[in-house]
Write a protein that binds this ligand. Structure first.
Ligand SMILES: Nc1ncnc2c1ncn2[C@@H]1O[C@H](COP(=O)(O)OP(=O)(O)O)[C@@H](O)[C@H]1O
Ligand SMILES: [Mg+2]
Length: 341
């Protein structure tokens, strides 16, 4: 085989590898006593992607990440990373993954710098290399000035950034982040999102969990909606929106309480799905084009003027509500709980 042919065959193999699965999960379950936290989850993570597991509190996101990364033993199912059985060989995958738990696993008494150096020592990195990398990462995360302070003196945002730095000291090809921006200040969250994107551009495959729709939409190439321990739908944002795009979706701004008017409208026009979208905004969705005059005539005939009618495109929130039955408010505020469902 000529050298150039060999090169192109190798390049094709590398491309295939890059597009193929790096992590495969099948039938994954986790029961804590009578609580079914994860109920038969199938999922594939591809080389080079940012994949988001999006769902409300209690959906099973942390349990899933913890099972993949070896922190929690699955009740049943299989997990394989680069073809290695992660359940049977937890230790063998540790060098290939970085894990950022939802609550930091770093040492309160150690300084930021010492925490990083200590984490790197667990991966057998040489002293000079780990000290150089710790210095670089403190710089990357704008933490150089605070590198000598004990971890316990850090703000929440700084703690999260240092926890991410610790997880990537050994430059793992796959990074798992559990709610990376939850509960921290806006600026730290922005820096973390930028960093996630930059790591991904340099080749790190990333899986993260979040209960922020917007974060999933901004960061992730593919998203899986998880609810009550099951994945309800997976796809790119475009694929997820595709199912709803055929809907005819209108927002009416009305001179009355939207919830009452939505109910009245639906009663009068049963083929229209009418919901409240704001105090004075009614959303109308229909499988066919909506004729406006009968609606405005009906509402104004009852003393409720219609000020505006606007066609809108469906959002990821609409898709989430349609496939899970959970509304976006609930997504962000839902309390933990989950007896047998
Ligand atoms: N160690 C545990 N013991 C008992 N129940 C747990 C434990 N960890 C999680 N759960 C329960 O499992 C369900 C899923 O939790 P979790 O995986 O933390 O969801 P999420 O990360 O999506 O909020 C919840 O009902 C939660 O209360
Ligand atoms: Mg969680």
């Amino acid at each position: 085989m000529s050298l150039s042919l060999l090169k192109s065959v190798t390049a094709a193999a590398v491309m295939r590898n890059l597009q193929g699965p790096i992590l495969e999960i099948a039938g994954l379950r986790k029961d804590y006593g009578d609580i079914e936290a994860v109920r038969g989850l199938d999922l594939t993570l591809h080389f080079g992607e940012i994949f988001g597991l999006l769902g409300p509190n209690g959906a099973g996101k942390t349990s899933t990440i913890n099972m993949i990364t070896g922190l929690v033993k699955p009740t049943s199912g299989s997990i394989s990373l680069k073809g290695i059985d992660c359940i049977a060989h937890v230790k063998r995958i540790q060098g290939d993954i970085g894990v950022v738990p939802d609550e930091s696993n770093l040492y309160d008494e150690l300084s930021g710098f010492d925490n990083l150096v200590f984490c790197a020592s667990l991966y057998g990195m040489r002293k000079a290399v780990r000290e150089q990398r710790a210095t670089e990462l403190l710089e990357t995360f704008s933490l150089s000035d605070t590198g000598k302070r004990p971890f316990k003196a850090y703000s929440k945002g700084m703690k999260r950034k240092l926890t991410i730095a610790a997880a990537i000291m050994h430059q793992p090809p796959v990074l798992f982040l559990d709610e990376p921006t939850t509960g921290i200040d806006v600026e730290s969250a922005r820096q973390i999102r930028l960093l996630i994107k930059s790591l991904n551009r340099k080749g790190t495959t990333i899986m993260l969990t979040t209960h922020y729709l917007e974060e999933a939409q901004r960061l992730c190439g593919r998203i899986a909606f998880i609810a009550r321990g099951r994945i309800v739908k997976t796809g790119t944002v475009d694929e997820l929106l595709g199912g709803l795009r055929s809907d005819h979706l209108l927002h009416l701004t009305v001179g009355g309480q939207a919830d009452q008017l939505a109910a009245m409208l639906h009663q009068h026009h049963p083929s229209l799905r009418c919901t409240e979208k704001g105090t004075h905004v009614v959303e109308i969705s229909s499988d066919s084009p909506v004729e406006l005059h009968p609606i405005t005539a009906f509402l104004s005939g009852h003393g409720f003027p219609v000020y505006e009618a606007r066609r809108v495109e469906p959002t990821l929130e609409d898709v989430f509500i349609a496939v899970t039955g959970i509304n976006a408010g609930e997504l962000e505020s839902r309390e933990k709980g989950g007896r047998k469902r």
